[in-house]
Design a protein around this ligand. Sequence first.
Ligand SMILES: Cc1cc2nc3c(=O)[nH]c(=O)nc-3n(C[C@H](O)[C@H](O)[C@H](O)COP(=O)(O)OP(=O)(O)OC[C@H]3O[C@@H](n4cnc5c(N)ncnc54)[C@H](O)[C@@H]3O)c2cc1C
Length: 394
Amino acid sequence: MYSAPWITSEHRTYADMVWDFLEAEAVPLFETWREQGQVDRDFWRSAGDLGILGASIPETYGGSGTPRSFDAITLYTQSRLGDSAWGFALHNYVTHYVLTYGSEDQKARLLPQICTGDLIGALAITEPGTGSDVQSIRTLAEPKADGWLLNGAKTFISNGQTADLIVVCAQTEKSAGAKGVGLFLLETEELDGFTRGRCLKKIGLKGQDTSELFFENVELPGDALLGMEPGRGFAQLMKQLAWERLCVALMSLGAVDFALAETVSYVHDRKAFGKALFEFQNTRLKLAEAKTKAEMLRAFLDRCVADVDASRLTAEAASMAKWWGSQVQCEVIDECLQLFGGYGYMLDYPIAHLYTDARVQKIYGGSNEIMKELIARRLVPGETGAPIMGPYHD
Ligand SMILES: Cc1cc2nc3c(=O)[nH]c(=O)nc-3n(C[C@H](O)[C@H](O)[C@H](O)COP(=O)(O)OP(=O)(O)OC[C@H]3O[C@@H](n4cnc5c(N)ncnc54)[C@H](O)[C@@H]3O)c2cc1C
């Protein structure tokens, strides 16, 4: 049985529960979700009933009050079973913005509904004109006597068609750079001036409702600004992004494990030149390389998950997990697909979906180039290497 210092018997019981739920309730719906381009709310509510949506929300607000490692299990398991449609990760990010920066009233009112799936979350940072360069966003929230007036547009927003609660990143002061950015909590029900645009067509993640959003003179109450103090949005984002990047990496590991499991079975069954594909040395070497990469990724992620629970996950470690995890995911899945030959190119086989779903992992959540910039910033003389193999965190 696999073990790591952060895994307790409660984690194992929870992992079994999540696996059984997703296997029974999600896997049979993959094709439906791909066809309709989104996940049904009934599914969210079923996940809510089992306590999956509120695992890391305190019991006072309707959750279970377990550490984030329980959410890590959900993310890994979802991906391990081949799902790329359910936007649990984004919903979870919103949970933590509300929990960390929301007012007591917002927490008491919204978190219980986040736990049940009555509210679905989305995080809207990216705009048509800017993604990586968050400080250059143009969506503007102007202060008014009794609140804020929001104007602008977002694109590529996951859960965009279904979300009822959207954390929107906006400028509160023009030309003030990072100091002029705020995060606003939008409750979309009957919100005048808010419209959803197209559900965007993508090469993968076909069941995910990645969308455009528009805001035209949207009137927001004063407490819609998370933290209630203008100019803190960029710092709030940076603080939460470490967890969000680890989430991407956990999904990478799930996908790698799934690809390996599918491929190992396939190459034992498929014959060429009178023997199983697994008997060819090339197959064995490729799979050995893939397995090694998976285990190295797992070891690093174990450490990151333990760090999250101990509230000491650094931006650098999360960036390493994100870029390396998604890189390994793309490499391994490409090699695995090759071993399926022509069948690997057919959408009847999960490996084909894994291939098209993988590519975006190197782009969203902060592109891998940006991840490397963040890591490089900490490479100052005298700070690399330390006794006992050099811990990567302070
Ligand atoms: C399927 C999908 C789902 C998404 N979901 C969400 C979501 O829910 N919410 C949300 O807000 N956004 C979401 N995004 C947007 C995603 O986060 C952005 O696409 C990403 O941050 C990159 O921004 P960009 O597309 O504007 O590319 P750009 O910022 O224009 O970058 C283009 C290229 O230039 C490189 N580059 C940019 N700056 C630098 C630099 N300083 N140094 C080196 N290279 C650089 C990038 O790495 C990239 O390779 C999603 C995107 C996709 C495709």
